[in-house]
Design a protein around this ligand. Structure first.
Ligand SMILES: [Zn+2]
Length: 262
């Protein structure tokens, strides 16, 4: 958390600011800026720019800025606990793994657009503000992945499929919760070798990725999956009542059904 779904909610929350001019920047945590070594004055150089448009690639939210003929961009990455607030209101009330409380001491940066304020609040400060980020290292966006694109992602890869799905360079936007929910829906064990999936499984998986993102977006977030409350010892699969098992894949705890996921 936050995963692609939450990043998209943050991007949409910025829409009312389009066309507005940045009037000041409060950089409250210099270590939050990437790449490291970017000076405070570099960050303040965005003052006077107008927010032209917003984009999202995977979990990265991009703000395109214009100042005369100059074009710049800001990338916001929310790490494990980052949240975005516009005028003190967040599009997501309670982010799992994050305190529900908004303590202004955790504000890392505030960007003022006249009377409006964008604040990035991040208790564990694993997120970052990137100046003029490149996003060409990211794989195709998960929300619109096609079977053909997913086939290119997995074919020949020896990594476990769960690790491949969470590798942002392979496919961008999925985190631990979406990864487990998608593999559960697609009936695939998280530790299956990526390159060993059949073409048919890859096709199903691509459709499940897109459908799951759409469905959980409508429900309100990555934590609204069918398996979410069964991700615990003694948990049972909501489809067939078999025991939920866990193992560590790619350094992340993965929950899966001991019966129908193969
Ligand atoms: Zn099951």
């Amino acid at each position: 958390m936050p995963e692609l779904i939450e990043a998209e909610m943050y991007r949409r929350a910025l829409d009312p600011l389009r066309g507005a001019e940045i009037t000041s920047v409060e950089l409250l945590d210099e270590a939050y800026v990437r790449p490291s070594g970017v000076s405070t004055s570099d960050v303040h150089s965005i003052v006077g720019s107008t927010l032209l448009s917003t984009r999202r690639h995977g979990k990265l939210v991009l703000l395109d800025l214009g100042h005369g003929s100059d074009r710049r961009s800001i990338g916001l990455h929310f790490g494990m606990t980052g949240r975005l607030f516009v005028d003190g209101a967040g599009p997501i009330d309670a982010l799992v793994y994050s305190s529900e409380r908004k303590d202004e001491a955790w504000d890392r940066v505030r960007i003022h657009f006249g009377q409006h304020t964008l604040a990035v609040n991040d208790p564990r400060r694993l997120g970052a503000l990137h100046l003029d980020p490149a996003d060409d290292h990211l794989g195709p966006d998960a929300a619109s992945i096609t079977p053909a694109a997913l086939e290119r992602v997995v074919r020949g890869k020896t990594a476990a499929i769960k690790a491949t799905l969470l590798n942002q360079r392979r496919i961008a936007g999925l985190g631990n919760l979406l990864g487990d929910e998608i593999l559960w829906r697609a009936s695939i064990r998280p530790d299956r070798e990526s390159g060993q999936l059949s073409e048919q499984e890859v096709e199903v998986l691509a459709h499940v990725i897109v459908e799951t993102i759409g469905e959980l977006t409508a429900r309100g977030g990555s934590h609204t999956g069918d398996t979410f409350e069964h991700r615990q010892l003694g948990g049972r699969c909501p489809r067939d009542d078999a025991e939920m098992h866990r193992l560590t894949v790619g350094g992340r705890t993965s929950w899966f059904c001991s019966a129908h996921q193969q």
